[in-house]
Design a protein around this ligand. Sequence first.
Ligand code: SF4
Length: 371
Amino acid sequence: MIVNPIKRRPTRKIRVGSVYVGGDAPISIQSMTNTETCDVAATVAQIQRCAEAGADIMRVSVPSMEAAAAFGEIRKQVSVPLVADIHFDYKIALAVADAGADCLRINPGNIGSEAKIREVVAAAKYHDISMRIGVNAGSLEKDIQKKYGEPTGQALLESAMRHIDILDRLNYQEFKISVKASNVFLTMDAYRLLSQQIDNPLHLGVTEAGIYRTGSVKSAIALGGLLMEGIGDTMRISLAAEPEEEVKIGFDILKSLSLRSNGINFIACPSCSRQEFNVIAVMQALEERLEDIRTPMDVSVIGCKVNGPGEAKEADIGVVGAAPRSLVYRNGEKSHLIDTNQLVDEIETMVRQRVVELEEAKSKEIIRTSF
Ligand code: SF4
């Protein structure tokens, strides 16, 4: 059995509503709404779709006082913790803190006078809510841009430390921080440098990563690399795509590194002329039909006997494709034959049965350990 070698960097644990970030808390997945915040119904519906996809935390943009009022309404209608995204205007930060925000995404260095910063931090302390500092390569301070000539890891670090120093002076440590760039190497460099300086939780992301496919690849390389080094406590995949897709990609990265489980981990063949059934069509159908499953499980669907038995033995449910009937393995043991034309229906039925078995076993374990 392969042991996961990742050792997470020790960080301080903070709280975003009901979700802990940092320390030994699971790496959380975030996304951000792209609806008009003032359209409360549309924003609530989108947050709920993301929560169903597994989002632990959602960020909502609050560009105006009207949006702050809408944020308060949204807060009442969803249970997932909400981060209010504010730029510059400290009065909006104060309003959303009153309206029930679980975290303020605001850079203290951009708020203005020391008195305004103090007010925002005092509100965060009063409401017992956290903050997120977000440094982006595309909006570094002018003097830092001039000093470094171009965005570098050191430049992002210097910008981050300015904001951090302000919160340090105000004796406020309930914050997480991101240092994002759209370039993979720059992103990784900045996070590595920052992780050596502070023990606050790090929010990982490649900003403006791009469209669905290329953005997912970029994010998987940068965030996957950092996570393998133990860096990162929460993450957002920034895609030009619907936010629930960001959540799914985030989980796929964490699942690939055995850092979180959320539903089915599929093992399937690539395109190959040896396959005894249409693996692509079967996998697409299964992915759609089983999207609602949250119970962690390995399901291998392999097109022929070359690699089929080896993969099936390691999975909860394994299918070795053959015509006209395919061989099923359950818990690593040969079980029975099924009609290859009915693979999707048969696998769905077996997966749902397995969910029931696993959930029953989990309940019994909880009862046993509670006595
Ligand atoms: S297991 Fe068979 S069908 Fe799948 S990739 Fe290998 S040779 Fe091709």
